[in-house]
Design a protein around this ligand. Structure first.
Ligand SMILES: [Zn+2]
Length: 83
């Protein structure tokens, strides 16, 4: 789900963190949010349930990892599908 090119290592309050950067495949918007090294490790493994890896992130952030669709585009698609 995530590869090394998506992540940027930094330290926050002395703790190692990764900034994950993804681009929406619909509108091209850049979406970034921090993940821990453990979460990053979990995301690089196939067939993991993302809710278990990132329980504290928002549904929109998880959707970005799963389908590369940002919250706004997801809402738009959802509305279109329910017309
Ligand atoms: Zn979008």
């Amino acid at each position: 789900m995530v590869n090394k090119a998506n992540t940027y290592y930094y330290e926050w309050d002395g703790k190692p963190m990764y900034m994950l950067t993804l681009y929406c495949r619909e509108c091209g918007r850049e979406v970034s949010f921090p993940i821990t090294p453990e979460e990053r490790e979990g995301l690089t493994k196939p067939n993991r349930v993302i809710q278990n890896i990132l329980p504290h992130h928002t549904a929109a952030q998880r959707e970005m990892i799963i389908s590369r669709t940002c919250g706004d585009c997801w809402d738009k698609m959802f509305k279109e599908a329910n017309k």
